[in-house]
Design a protein around this ligand. Structure first.
Ligand code: SF4
Length: 322
């Protein structure tokens, strides 16, 4: 990490938020299956899925740029330390989901259900709570197609279930990796496994018959997009048998921006002014987005990697099962 004057590497200033103890709050949701809201970009609306499930609220991984921080703000908590240390656990999510799927006509949910659209379903607390695993068991029983997004190698614990889902319906695991630079990843995403371990998780999942790819997102201006950085990460993903490579540039919602700018002030004060100028709104300048988009398209073409998993073809499921 460069010093503010561009000199040698400096030790980060300890972040007091990381020493705060974890508080768990048990939630009893009435609904677990949520409609995915469309994303508006440049006058266009895109919806990458119909349904999502988030077993937790808040995320211990504590990524500085996390867009989900705003979900805590909506509940009168702050998007900084509260988001990382006040974790809400949907304890009976699996029971509620089973009832929901049984109640709904299959045709209304027969597209991949995405687990982890807001926060990581394999954050450390899952090791003890096993809510994500219980949800996967229900989805396996209903032969539901599943997409799952995570930064944590704990996903390997559930490779048995994911392989069953892959065989019975469809399963795609997106492993999110922002950089190959382990030191930078440690600062940006303090409680996540190192990038190389995540790549090895992709390789293991694929070897177990589960479709897995890399989500190279977010691309952070001046931090992870230097010449060769995206290319090296894409090549490493390819060498670890990633089935696809998706990407996206950093978005900073107004509720998230102050948290990220505080992180920058601490870790890379030399970039603060540039970020303040570029992120007056949620998106970076359109020209930058197009440039990254073009660069990733060229990288994918050179490696022969698609930009996402194969599309799901609904299967006929015996009605007697339900
Ligand atoms: S792992 Fe995902 S949800 Fe968790 S803090 Fe990082 S970006 Fe946010």
């Amino acid at each position: 990490m460069a010093a503010p004057d561009g000199g040698s590497q400096t030790e980060p200033i300890p972040d007091p938020m990381m020493t705060r103890p974890l508080a768990m709050h048990m939630l009893h949701p009435k609904v677990v299956l949520n409609r995915v809201r469309p994303i508006r970009r440049g006058g266009n609306e895109t919806r990458f899925a119909e349904w999502s499930i988030n077993p937790y609220r808040g995320c211990q991984h504590a990524c500085a740029y996390c867009y989900a921080r705003r979900t805590h703000v909506a509940f009168d908590l702050d998007g900084a330390a509260d988001f990382e240390r006040e974790i809400f656990v949907k304890v009976d999510a699996a029971t509620v989901l089973r009832a929901e799927l049984a109640r709904r006509r299959r045709s209304t949910w027969n597209t991949p259900i995405v687990i982890g659209t807001a926060v990581d379903p394999y954050q450390p607390i899952e090791g003890q709570q096993r809510i994500t695993r219980a949800i996967l068991e229900v989805l396996r029983d209903f032969r539901a197609p599943v997409h799952l997004i995570t930064k944590n190698t704990m996903v390997l614990r559930d490779a048995d279930l994911l392989a069953e889902i892959a065989q019975q319906a469809s399963c795609a695991v997106f492993i999110s990796i922002t950089t190959l630079d382990a030191a930078l990843a440690r600062r940006l995403e303090p409680a996540t496994p190192p990038p190389l371990k995540r790549l090895r998780a992709v390789q293991t999942l694929v070897a177990r018959g589960i479709n897995a790819g890399v989500m190279l997102a977010p691309v952070l201006p001046w931090l992870t997009d230097a010449p060769g950085m995206l290319e090296a990460l894409a090549l490493a993903a390819h060498q670890h048998n990633a089935r696809w490579l998706t990407s996206g540039t950093l978005r900073l919602h107004p509720d998230v921006r102050p948290v990220f700018l505080r992180w920058l002030a601490r870790e890379r004060p030399d970039l603060l002014t540039r970020y303040e100028a570029w992120y007056r709104w949620t998106e970076p300048p359109e020209q930058y987005r197009q440039r990254v988009h073009g660069r990733m398209a060229a990288i994918r073409a050179a490696l022969g990697m698609p930009g996402g998993p194969p599309s799901y073809t609904p299967q006929v499921v015996q009605l007697s099962l339900f």
